[in-house]
Design a protein around this ligand. Structure first.
Ligand code: ZN
Ligand code: ZN
Length: 217
């Protein structure tokens, strides 16, 4: 079920059509930016249109499509940027990642903190728990958003699990068996009505993927 007290704005743009997210608490107007990439200006416009006070920029992982907007977002919002430490080698190599894809990419400012354990971090009446889900890359995480006093959670799994697909494992540090273990042990442990907002493509639910995702058979 979608939580009507949570603002979720999704933006995606060329060349990767990766989803960047603005997540906000309706009651307090505090929020998060998740994975700002080439669509960062649209994310910042959404932040302004909702009058949100952004607390953190959180990265699900450090492939270039998820991080090319970090510098612009940080310059606009002046808030700390978080990443799993195991992906810092990718983050620091963003220019080289661009060369590998034939795309000129600017270097990004260093991250401000590495995730420690599962958190939580807080914005408004919400907490964000960090669950390590390696496989697509070594430092991939699922951001788990919800209220302490309630059981409902909303997942931002990055490129680990998509509607009808799973993350690729052919990039540096990827591993197929590790990815499937992360999906089964971390993501599929959530109830069927849990909504996922993935790094690419439409939103889905745990139940829909548990039943219909051919890669999980
Ligand atoms: Zn990725
Ligand atoms: Zn991606």
């Amino acid at each position: 079920m979608a939580d009507s007290r949570m603002i979720i704005e999704t933006r995606a743009g060329p060349p990767f059509f990766k989803n960047g997210y603005v997540v906000g608490c309706v009651e307090t107007r505090e929020g998060l930016l998740i994975d700002p990439g080439d669509e960062v200006d649209e994310l910042l416009a959404a932040v302004r249109s909702h009058s949100l006070d952004i607390r953190y920029i959180l990265l699900t992982h450090a492939h270039l499509d998820h991080i090319t907007g970090v510098g612009r977002a940080k310059a606009a919002l002046n808030v700390p940027v978080g990443l799993h430490e195991a992906d810092n080698f990718l983050y620091r190599a963003v220019v080289q990642q661009g060369i590998a894809f034939g795309i000129p990419v600017e270097a990004q400012p260093p991250v401000d903190f590495f995730y420690e354990g599962e958190g939580p971090l807080r914005f408004g009446r919400y907490s964000v728990w960090i669950r390590h889900t390696p496989g697509h890359c070594p430092g991939g995480v699922c951001l788990v958003v919800g209220r302490d006093e309630e059981t409902e959670r909303t997942l931002f799994p990055g490129d680990t699990l998509f509607a009808g697909s799973i993350g690729r494992t052919d990039l540096p540090g990827g591993d197929g068996a590790t990815l499937l273990r992360s999906i089964r042990e971390v993501l599929l442990a959530f109830p069927d009505d849990t909504v996922l907002h993935s790094g690419h493509g439409p939103a889905t639910t745990i139940g829909q993927e548990r039943r219909g995702n051919v890669f999980l058979r």
